[in-house]
Design a protein around this ligand. Structure first.
Ligand code: G3H
Ligand code: 13P
Ligand code: NA
Ligand code: ZN
Length: 328
């Protein structure tokens, strides 16, 4: 059934787990996410980005998620719009039937320039008023590390060097004020992650997440659900498979799963993952088509199935590790 983000995250908070929020842009991803959820009895959050809309088309993307809901009526599914740059785009998603939207007012409408706090409060508050009137949830964001355009800077940062740009981490005073003034359902926090595959260029030693900042945020906002963007773990086994079968991906590391589990102790309830599914499907496809016994096969469904199976395994591992398994 289609449910709001608020419903799922309130329930997650009651039971101390988090729900992975997977980005989707094609049928195989949607099916992998649902098959995994079915296998371990987990609630589901699927989210569509602007890039997903460009790839699949808004209508196809929406109907893929609606098909999943029809096929699995017993599983709670949140249909979420990821990183909407304007209130108008949030309104379109609400009208199209999304049960949750992220108003990313941490950036100006160009999705590049950091926005000021007053603008962010203003635009997010407008979206909350509109969304709540329709029973739709809203995720807001303050801070900078989760932001799309900071990705390149963050990718150059080594994991051994603690982020010295602490002004980019979510400020607890601002967070309190933001939640109070906007009445959002979930807050995306910047605690050391960045989007994409190139988060850390050296193997993680100790903490890559700034757990101390997360603790401080939770002390001030004990009833707020936190969202962690850029939460792919960049599985080294998939990276090796990709490179073994013709890929050329440089050394790179993500957020260790055990650190995400640590974050879940301090209020993280939604964990955004896109890159890990891209890696599993790319690796599985490269490996499948490279096998000599598949060389004369023209049934492309077998290629897509290899990708779907790989993504399903990864999704199920995340449901189980984040504790959402058993709570559908
Ligand atoms: O938030 C970022 C997601 O990874 C979406 O990426 O715009 O390439 O679909 P995309
Ligand atoms: P990753 O790039 O780490 O998968 O993060 C995705 C994300 O945060 C989408 O909003
Ligand atoms: Na989001
Ligand atoms: Zn994001």
């Amino acid at each position: 059934a289609l449910v709001s983000l608020r419903q799922v995250l309130d329930f997650a908070a009651e039971h101390d787990f988090a729900v992975p929020a997977f980005n989707v842009s094609n049928m195989e991803q949607v099916q992998a996410i649902m098959q995994a959820a079915q296998a371990c009895d987990s609630p589901v959050i699927m989210q569509g980005s602007a890039g997903a809309n460009r790839y699949a088309g808004e209508v196809f993307l929406r109907h893929l998620i609606l098909a999943a809901i029809e096929q699995y009526p017993q599983i709670p599914v949140v249909m979420h719009r990821d990183h909407a740059p304007t209130a108008d785009i949030c309104a379109q998603a609400i009208q199209a039937g999304f049960s949750s939207v992220m108003m990313d007012g941490s950036l100006q409408e160009d999705m590049k320039t950091p926005a000021c706090f007053e603008y962010n409060v203003d635009v997010t508050r407008t979206v909350v008023r509109m969304a709540h009137a329709c029973g739709v949830s809203v995720e807001g964001e303050i801070g900078c590390l989760g932001s799309l355009e900071i990705k390149d800077d963050a990718s150059n940062q080594s994991s051994s060097a603690k982020p010295d740009h602490s002004q980019l981490l979510t400020d607890p005073d601002e967070a309190v004020e933001f939640v109070k003034q906007t009445q959002i359902d979930a807050l995306a926090v910047a605690i050391g992650t960045s989007h994409g595959a190139y988060k850390f260029s050296k193997p993680p030693t100790g903490e890559v997440l700034v757990i101390s900042r997360l603790k401080a945020l939770q002390q001030r906002l004990p009833n707020t659900h936190f969202v962690m963007h850029g939460s792919s773990s960049v599985p080294q086994d998939w990276l090796q498979v990709i490179n073994e079968y013709g890929g050329d991906i440089p050394e790179t590391y993500g957020v260790p799963v055990n650190e995400i589990v640590e974050g879940i102790k301090y209020g993280v309830r939604k964990v955004n993952i896109d890159t890990d599914l891209r890696m599993a499907s790319t690796g599985a496809i490269r490996r499948y088509v490279a096998q000599p016994e598949n060389a004369s096969d023209l049934d492309a469904r077998k290629i897509y199935k290899a990708a779907r199976d790989a993504m399903q395994t990864l999704c199920q591992a995340r449901y189980e590790t984040f504790g959402s398994a058993g709570y559908a």
